[in-house]
Write a protein that binds this ligand. Structure first.
Ligand code: UFG
Length: 332
């Protein structure tokens, strides 16, 4: 299929681009490189452009006869969305509406959208099903939820086929070790812990150990980035006109911050000093997916269902690329 991936130079998008490219889809990555890395994009498949440039998008759709879109491009730091909501509403909502308009104009009728478990806020029940109420507790979650609503309305009115994939915690690196996580600044737990093992950071701060969880630290559902990519591919291949899917992507099992740090100690053999500090604003105690619906709808099953192999895959990437894509790029 001929697919345009917005944000395909970013962490999740580049893994999806790599997988689609490998499996014979004709892909184009559309990215403004504000956060992404050109080196993460399969050779010769990058178009540098901005979501707000509707005319550019429309011409790419027409020239490349694009059949479907995967929309990864977004601002995705929960904390920054609280201090700088304007850029989140602009990039995530206004940018996406520009994309949807360009798709309508060029008659591209299918989209796989990166949504998030942050649309649930603090859930009433864990594991979280798609029927859980959606009451986000930060602007990032609100912007993603707003687009879920827009997609439903566009589908109803214009026949758009969409899958909104609600990721839990994306983690790990590509199986061939050519792509991995490289954010600037890095705020995610696993890469930060591994930076301690690499000697780039003195210790890891644990944001609160007084949560109502067995060891007092927050529990998250870490889902491997290649498993996210395979779910995107399955959704893309099965989407039809008017499809309306809202699916959780997680493993169904959670790991606490302390368990993640222990897994990193085991995998790296490094003692990894840790210090408990106060809670980080906006962190729900426990977010774990019930991904039954994605399994039933897409026939999708994560290959990685345990924290240790996920950490091991991230560790391979960080050891081999201690300065991320500055060291060397992806090759395929
Ligand atoms: N944590 C620490 N110390 C750190 C970094 C993180 O203790 O130095 C803790 C956090 O408090 C949290 C857990 O580790 O409990 C995971 O934190 P991350 O920052 O790695 O991930 P988040 O769960 O905050 O964020 C992820 C995605 C977001 C998404 C969000 C939904 O990165 O895009 O889940 O809640 F919106």
């Amino acid at each position: 299929m001929r697919v345009l991936l917005t944000g395909g130079a970013g962490y999740v998008g580049s893994h999806a681009a790599g997988m689609l490219h490998r499996t014979g889809h004709e892909i184009w990555v559309y990215d403004n490189l504000s956060e992404g890395h050109a080196a993460a994009v399969p050779q010769g498949r990058l178009i540098v452009g901005d979501l707000m440039d509707r005319a550019h998008l429309e011409s790419v759709f027409r020239e490349q006869r694009i059949e479907a879109v995967m929309h990864f491009a977004a601002s995705c730091y929960v904390g920054v969305s609280v201090t700088d909501p304007a850029s989140y509403y602009q990039n995530n909502i206004v940018g996406t509406l520009s994309l949807l308009d360009a798709m309508r104009a060029a008659e591209v009728g299918r989209i796989v959208f990166s949504s998030t478990c942050a649309t649930y806020g603090v859930p009433d029940a864990v594991p979280i099903t798609e029927n859980e109420k959606q009451t986000p507790i930060n602007p990032y979650g609100f912007t993603k939820l707003a687009i879920e609503h827009a997609l439903a309305d566009y589908s109803h009115a214009y026949g758009l086929g969409y899958a909104a994939l609600r990721y839990f915690n994306a983690s790990g690196a590509s199986d061939e070790n050519i792509r991995g996580e490289d954010h600037d600044p890095e705020t995610h737990l696993i890469p930060l812990v591994l930076q301690v093992a690499l000697g780039q950071r003195k210790d890891i701060k644990i944001f609160g150990d007084d949560y109502p969880t067995p060891d007092g630290t927050c529990i998250r559902d870490y889902i491997h980035v290649e498993d996210l990519a395979s779910a995107h591919m399955a959704a893309l291949e099965m989407l039809g006109a008017g499809t309306q899917w809202k699916l959780n992507l997680g493993t169904g099992s959670g790991a606490s911050v302390k368990e993640v740090i222990d897994a990193c100690r085991k995998v790296t053999g490094h003692p990894i000093p840790a210090a408990v500090v106060s809670r980080r604003e906006g962190d729900p105690p426990e977010l774990v997916a019930d991904a039954t619906l994605a399994n039933e709808t897409l026939g999708w099953q994560p290959k990685y269902d345990h924290i240790e192999p996920i950490v091991a895959s991230a560790w391979r990437w960080h050891q081999d690329h201690p300065r991320g894509y500055d060291d060397r790029g992806a090759k395929g």
